[in-house]
Design a protein around this ligand. Structure first.
Ligand SMILES: Cc1cc2nc3c(=O)[nH]c(=O)nc-3n(C[C@H](O)[C@H](O)[C@H](O)COP(=O)(O)OP(=O)(O)OC[C@H]3O[C@@H](n4cnc5c(N)ncnc54)[C@H](O)[C@@H]3O)c2cc1C
Length: 230
């Protein structure tokens, strides 16, 4: 995970009103010295050379209104436009962002919460830990690729945080899915995010096997194993 701080007068008016919202980032090619803006063709954002523009989604982790600084925490995985860009980014490099987009509305009735996610969900989980009242209880399961991927999460008096180191031979999300399936009792509200197929397995488990109501579960596929985001 690499922390990237974006700054600029263009961020004036940006605001994070609720946890787990998103921004879309147009990724410039590594080494490019200027941003080329794409055009919407009716079905995709296209660059002047006809290529689909690499646009990726991230959680706006913090926004400093005074300094106009937006912090993103980006997972450095094997390869990918965003991951490669972040790995090679230098001070004063430029990117374009839009947003913020949809955020989570917390169920006002829920007083116990389950949060489960992989590394891509750590920024959103951090925001949820900050947003959920401290007299609520929270069970948190975070699947990480190795012990080094563990980062400091915000303190929450009612949270029990479990770091699950993934078996390198397993499919993404296996450890997170197993942790949720193993729970005897589920909290009032469930929030899960991470690799899309794993999230889909959890959705199925929660609705079909646990009989959870749609309104008590938020399940978001953040990325697809073996496929670039579009
Ligand atoms: C609402 C929302 C919020 C998100 N917030 C964050 C965030 O704060 N931080 C963050 O890092 N990601 C976040 N993501 C996920 C991020 O958008 C994807 O991981 C994205 O695919 C990364 O783009 P890329 O160009 O690096 O890789 P891509 O070009 O999309 O993919 C290239 C290859 O890498 C694999 N891949 C993609 N992402 C991952 C990953 N995380 N781990 C392992 N392999 C991967 C793909 O399966 C593919 O094989 C969020 C997604 C959503 C929808």
């Amino acid at each position: 995970m690499l922390r990237i701080v974006l700054a600029g007068a263009e961020l004036d008016g940006f605001a994070i009103d609720a946890p787990a919202s998103s921004v879309r980032m147009l990724i410039p090619p590594v080494g490019a010295d200027e941003i080329v803006m794409p055009e919407w063709t009716g079905n995709q954002f296209e660059l002047p050379n006809g290529d689909r523009a690499p646009i990726r989604t991230f959680t706006p982790r913090y926004f400093d209104e005074q300094r106009l600084e937006l912090t993103l925490d980006i997972v450095l995985h094997d390869h990918g436009a965003a991951s490669d860009w972040a790995r090679n980014a230098e001070v004063h490099d430029e990117v374009a962002i839009s947003g913020p987009g949809r955020s989570e509305t917390l169920d006002p009735e829920a007083t116990s919460h389950l949060l489960a996610g992989d590394e891509s969900a750590i920024p959103a989980i951090g925001q949820l830990l900050e947003a959920i009242p401290t007299d609520h209880t929270m069970e948190v399961h975070v699947e990480i690729s190795g012990p080094d991927a563990r980062i400091e999460l915000p303190e929450h008096g009612g949270a029990d945080v479990n770091w699950l180191v993934a078996d390198p031979d397993s499919s993404p999300g296996d450890a997170m899915v197993a942790a949720v399936v193993a729970l005897d009792d589920l909290p009032d509200a469930v929030w899960v995010a991470g690799e899309a197929a794993a999230v889909q397995r959890l959705r199925k488990h929660l609705f079909d096997e646990r009989g959870r109501s749609r309104s008590s579960v938020t399940a978001r596929g953040y990325w697809k194993h073996g496929r670039s985001a579009t």
